[in-house]
Structure formats: structure tokens, C-alpha cells
Design a protein around this ligand. Structure first.
Ligand code: ADP
Ligand code: MG
Length: 476
């Protein structure tokens, strides 16, 4: 028979499972053990202090809500944390969940018409005697400009966003449409604009809403016959931020109501910020009159970040999480995941979780294993850039020299070795390898491969280099 704490916790897990992604569930909830249940307090054991912090930071609202649901209003949660140093003694440390958390509503306020997140929210239009309606902005404080790393890939969108944030409704960028592929920072930038406006002008009514939520609310209002309230609510917003407008595709009624809201706001000098996964010209299923309005202001795209930006993003993330990782691990992550910042962050987090769970330090080895799991669906090979980087690090040469025309002996050797590995370990053609190595031709690459093969046979020390490097470069 199950113990009471196990019963309660397994019921909690059922709820949690429905509210977090599969990956998060496996990473953060499966390792938890229910220890005891006393006086409405459930004690759960977590594998490390990091784990505890992560839960507190990201899942506290969900945990609290679930616990109260299972144990009633007096229900509370305590953690027992296995401390790394006293691993054998398993000395538990209890930390009570604070009564309030920092995401909770700060001032009494009225919110969007529909239940948002974990709070039951009333319809703002039926409360009598209210002088000023305060709208909760629904902004995530982590998605600020400070936390948004600037790079070539996002320069236009970022600076347009910044300009809008400092003069909402007062620039030519109205609407500001930020578009780009998955995980490139659209949502982050959209929040950053809202946060910055709130910092500058707290009296402004800013609202962030996803297009799905907007659609749901609209449908709800039709069902309840409160469409006018819905429209009025949105028409009183000063800065309306709608995320992922491509989801309006095919939803004619929603588009129609949004069209009217858009017009009203635009005419009264209010700011609209929109995001989408593609440029207006490529959007399908959106009415022409809306598309043409999207183009009134500025459309700015977010592109995939270059290597330096990826490294900077990882460093930034580590800094805010208060973690340190070896430089080679950070670079390896940045080299391996290039097209999606969310994936990049996901890999970083899983890596830290892995190391925390298994009490292993984060090494390049662990990173390689992790990454393989992470990107196993896409056929992957090491890139020429990665090879060049490892070779240059090994010989302590700046990468620019490798791509230069210099004939210095040690540079020539490193260059030839990098070409040799590029031929061995990538599917790139000789010509392409040459092009990546400062514009050498295919004959030079071929010559390099032959030279390396010869030297390996005749020079023992040289063979040692190659064997070392092979280990460093290979993914497995
Ligand atoms: P999108 O909405 O385009 O799918 P998100 O805005 O959700 O992408 O970004 C995915 C993740 O990447 C978020 O955690 C976000 O904080 C992070 N991110 C994206 N761009 C940047 C950036 N320039 N600097 C720092 N973090 C970023
Ligand atoms: Mg998004």
C-alpha cells in the first residue's frame, strides 16, 4: 500500500505533468521523492541545492497551487535537500516555501478577462465603483533588455524595439513587427519592450498577450455575450503587445475584431508591437487589410545568431543563474547548437541538471554526451570551424593566422592538420575546405592531406599531435 505522502505526491504529479513539458517533467519532477506528510506539510527530497533553487525559481507557483489543491489552504511544502558535500550522510536541510513569491501580484489590480496562469481573474468590466482600471501587464521580468544579448543577428529589431520602448506610439515604428524563426528571441524582445516602457512610464497601460490567448478570450466573450467588454478592454491599452500573430491565420472573426482594435489604437497614437514567425509577405490565411496594416510600421527580423553571440548568450545565462562552466564546454555548446537559442539554453540547463543529479562536474566529456542526446535527431557532423578552433587552441595560435597567407612553419603545419581533419571528419568538398581556410584552392587541401599522412608515418611526435587532436575533435 502506498504511504500517505506518496499518495499525495503522485496526485500532485498528475497535475504537474499536465502543466509542464515532458522534458521538464523528466528533468525536474521525476527525481523528486516524497518523504513525509505531517500536519498538512509535505516534505519532498530533491537531489541538490541547485535543484531546489531551480524549482523555486521556475515552478513555485505551480507547486504551491498543486499542494493547496491536494492538502487544502493550510497545505505547505518543505524541501529536504541532499547536500553535495555530505552526500553520504544525506543531511536534510528544510526550507519552507515562502508564503508569497515574487511573481505574485504586487498591487491589487484587475487583469485580463480570462483566467491567466494560476490566478482566478475577474472580469474587469463588471466591478462597480472602480476609478482607475489597472491592467496587469503579464510581463516576464527575466525577458528584459539587459538580458537580451545584442548581436548582428538582432541589431535592427533590438534597436527598433528600444526606440519604441522610449517613445511608444511616437516613432514611425507603429506597429513594430518582429519576425523570425523558432527560438530566436521574438518573445523575449517583445517582453523587453514592455518592461522598458513600464520602467520609464509606469502609468502606461502595457499588455502582453499571445495571439492564442487573445483568440481564446475573444471566443469566450462571444460565448458570454460580452464582446463589447472585450473590445473596450483592449481599446484602453496604451501599448499592446501580441505575440505570434501567425496564429490568427484562418480565424476570420478574431482577425476582424483585432482589425478594429488595431485601428482604434493606431488612430489614437497607441503603440502596437507584434511578433510573427515570418514576414508579412509570406503569411498565409491573414486578411489582406490586416497584412497591409502590419506593413505600416517597421518589420524587423531576427536571424540566427553567429558564434560570438551564441557564446555571449550562454555566458549571460550562466551569469544570471550564477553558474560557472569551463570555457571549452561553453564553446562546444555554442559550436554544436547554432540555429535555435532556446535549444542552446535547453542544452545548458540539462547539462547543469545532469551534473547536479549525478554529482559529476561539467566536463567536455559530459557536454558531448548531453549534446548527442539533445540533437540526435538531426544528422550531425563536426564543423570545419570547430576543427579549426580545436587545432588552433591546441597549438596556441589565433584562428586568423590559420586563415592568413603566412608561410610560418608552425602555422602551415596547423593549417594542414586542420584541413586534414576537415577532410576526414566532415562531408565538405576539398574546395569548400579550402574556401573555409582563407581561400585556398582544392589542390592545396589535397596536398595538405597527403603531407599529414606522410608525416604521421615518419614523425612520431607529429603522430602524437594527430592522435591527441583526434580525441579532442571527435564528438563521441
Ligand atoms: P521565440 O519567441 O522567437 O521562439 P524566445 O523569445 O522564446 O524565442 O527565445 C528563446 C530563448 O532564447 C529565451 O529563453 C530567450 O531568453 C533566449 N534568447 C533569445 N534571444 C536572446 C538574446 N539575444 N539574448 C539572450 N537570450 C536570448
Ligand atoms: Mg515566442
Amino acid at each position: 500500500m502506498k504511504k500517505p505522502q506518496e499518495e499525495v505526491w503522485s496526485r500532485c504529479l498528475t497535475v504537474i505533468k499536465d502543466n509542464v513539458s515532458h522534458q521538464s517533467y523528466k528533468t525536474w519532477f521525476e527525481p523528486i521523492k516524497p518523504l513525509s506528510l505531517k500536519n498538512d506539510t509535505l516534505t519532498i527530497q530533491v537531489p541538490s541545492p541547485f535543484f531546489y533553487e531551480w524549482l523555486e525559481e521556475h515552478y513555485i507557483t505551480l507547486l504551491k497551487k498543486t499542494i493547496k489543491r491536494e492538502l487544502g489552504p493550510a497545505g505547505s511544502l518543505e524541501y529536504s535537500i541532499i547536500m553535495e558535500k555530505n552526500y553520504n550522510s544525506k543531511k536534510p536541510v528544510s526550507v519552507k516555501v515562502p508564503a508569497s513569491n515574487r511573481n505574485a501580484t504586487r498591487n491589487p489590480s484587475i487583469s485580463m478577462p480570462v483566467d491567466v496562469g494560476t490566478r482566478a481573474i475577474k472580469n474587469p468590466f463588471v466591478i462597480p465603483g472602480l476609478k482607475k482600471v489597472v491592467v496587469e501587464s503579464q510581463l516576464n521580468p527575466n525577458y528584459s533588455f539587459e538580458n537580451f544579448v545584442e548581436g548582428e543577428c538582432n541589431r535592427l529589431a533590438r534597436s527598433a524595439g528600444f526606440a519604441v520602448a522610449h517613445k511608444p506610439g511616437g516613432t514611425a515604428f507603429n506597429p513594430l513587427l518582429v519576425y523570425g524563426g523558432v527560438g530566436l528571441g521574438k518573445t523575449h524582445l517583445a517582453h523587453a519592450i514592455g518592461i522598458e516602457i513600464k520602467n520609464q512610464q509606469p502609468e502606461k497601460t502595457v499588455l502582453y498577450v499571445s495571439s492564442e490567448k487573445f483568440t481564446q478570450q475573444f471566443i469566450e466573450s462571444v460565448r458570454n455575450n460580452t464582446q463589447n467588454d472585450f473590445i473596450h478592454f483592449y481599446q484602453m491599452i496604451d501599448i499592446l503587445i501580441i505575440d505570434d500573430v501567425q496564429f490568427f491565420a484562418g480565424k476570420e472573426k478574431t482577425q476582424d475584431v483585432f482589425f478594429h482594435i488595431f485601428n482604434h489604437l493606431h488612430q489614437t497614437g497607441k503603440q502596437l508591437v507584434l511578433t510573427a514567425d515570418k514576414a508579412p509577405i509570406e503569411m498565409q490565411g491573414i486578411e489582406q487589410r490586416l497584412l497591409s496594416r502590419f506593413k505600416w510600421g517597421l518589420s524587423a527580423d531576427l536571424q540566427t545568431p553567429d558564434l560570438e553571440t551564441r557564446i555571449a548568450i550562454l555566458q549571460q545565462k550562466m551569469y544570471t543563474e550564477g553558474i560557472e562552466l569551463p570555457k571549452e564546454v561553453v564553446e562546444y555548446l555554442a559550436y554544436s547548437i547554432s540555429t535555435n537559442i532556446r535549444e542552446l539554453e535547453g542544452a545548458l540547463i540539462s547539462l547543469i541538471a545532469q551534473s547536479s543529479l549525478n554529482k559529476k562536474s561539467v566536463t567536455l566529456e559530459l557536454a558531448k554526451q548531453m549534446i548527442d542526446k539533445f540533437v540526435k535527431n538531426t544528422a550531425r557532423e563536426v564543423s570545419i570551424e570547430y576543427i579549426q578552433k580545436v587545432v588552433c587552441d591546441y597549438f596556441n595560435l589565433p584562428i586568423e593566422l590559420l586563415k592568413s597567407k603566412t608561410r610560418k612553419r608552425e602555422v602551415v603545419q596547423a593549417r594542414q592538420i586542420a584541413m586534414y581533419f576537415a577532410k576526414q571528419m566532415t562531408k565538405s568538398s576539398l574546395a569548400s575546405i579550402g574556401a573555409h581556410t582563407g581561400g585556398k584552392d582544392h589542390a592545396t587541401v589535397l596536398h595538405a592531406c597527403k603531407t599529414v599522412n606522410n608525416l604521421m608515418e615518419t614523425d612520431k611526435r607529429f603522430r602524437g599531435y594527430i592522435e591527441d587532436l583526434e580525441k579532442k575533435i571527435s564528438i563521441q
